[in-house]
Ligand binder design. Structure first.
Ligand code: B12
Length: 213
């Protein structure tokens, strides 16, 4: 597809070409979501290269910074794509304990806010107690979103859900989980209600829970 030029530029860490392609695509009227998807594909390839020890963590960090710049640029557009600005409901979200990846979570936050949802963003590496506390102090929130990028934090995801159960709050929130290594099976095994493969799928689930057409 047309976006492959962007994906290739991401894999080549070609910062200038990345920004140029993003501008070109926007000028051509391409959807910001599709541009971000092409970026994410490039990030996946970089992840594979890291695994094969062809690049370093510092390279992934650099790519992450470029992605953040692109997200900043696309933010006003993503918000505009959203339509109505009334508040439909509240969502609590965070990256699970032990995991510091935040680009995916931040995208979900951006899409939710842009589409009329208030978001309580707990950040990254979120302790179980902080999640429990957030549910208690935001009784009007019917959804918790968890972002998970490391397989090593699947256990922490289960523990987060267990802590919520232990506090007697499990029926207060639906729990959606997303992030690179998560599958519907992982979502089920960790005790979550829904697997969101991308930010828009998450948004659609949130809309469904709040009964927003
Ligand atoms: C960039 C990156 C980093 C950056 C993170 C920058 C940042 N601020 O987030 C840095 C360099 C810091 C980093 C660090 C590490 N990383 Co890293 N990283 C990546 C990389 C290349 C891209 C991730 C990314 O941002 N993608 C772009 C975003 C937009 O995509 P996304 O997160 O998947 O989010 C989308 C969906 O998944 C979904 N989504 C995400 N969350 C949620 C939540 C909800 C509720 C919903 C509905 C949807 C949803 O919506 C998003 C938009 O579509 C991945 C490779 C990969 N395949 O993912 C490795 C990867 C995740 N990292 C990996 C590793 C190993 C590490 C380190 C342990 C490396 C090290 N030795 O230090 C550390 C982790 C430290 C820690 N404790 O967390 C491994 C994990 C392997 C595994 N099996 O667990 C990967 C897969 C690379 C690899 N193949 O080896 N990393």
């Amino acid at each position: 597809m047309e976006f492959s030029k962007l994906t290739e530029a991401v894999v080549a860490f070609d910062e200038n070409r990345i920004y140029t392609f993003v501008d070109e695509y926007l000028d051509q009227g391409m959807l910001a979501n599709h541009i971000l998807k092409a970026f994410r594909n490039g990030m996946s390839t970089l992840g594979d290269r890291y695994k094969r020890e062809e690049i370093f963590v510092s390279d992934m960090m650099f790519a992450g910074e470029i992605m953040r710049n692109v997200m900043k640029k696309l933010k006003p557009i993503l918000v505009n794509e959203g339509g109505p600005k009334e508040v439909f409901g509240k969502v609590i979200i965070g990256t699970v304990k032990g995991d510091i990846h935040d680009l995916g979570k931040d995208l979900v936050v951006m899409i939710l806010r842009g589409n009329g949802f208030e978001v309580v963003d707990l950040g990254v590496d979120v302790p179980y107690e902080k999640v429990v506390e957030a549910i208690k102090s935001n009784p009007d929130s019917r959804i918790l979103g968890l972002s998970v990028l490391l397989t090593s934090v699947f256990q922490a995801t289960t523990m987060t859900v267990e802590a919520i159960k232990g506090a007697g709050l499990r029926d207060k929130v639906k729990i959606m989980v997303g992030g690179g290594p998560v599958t519907p099976k992982v979502a089920k095994e960790t005790g979550c209600d829904f697997f969101g493969e991308d930010a828009v799928t998450g948004l659609n689930y949130v809309r469904e829970v709040y009964g927003v057409p």
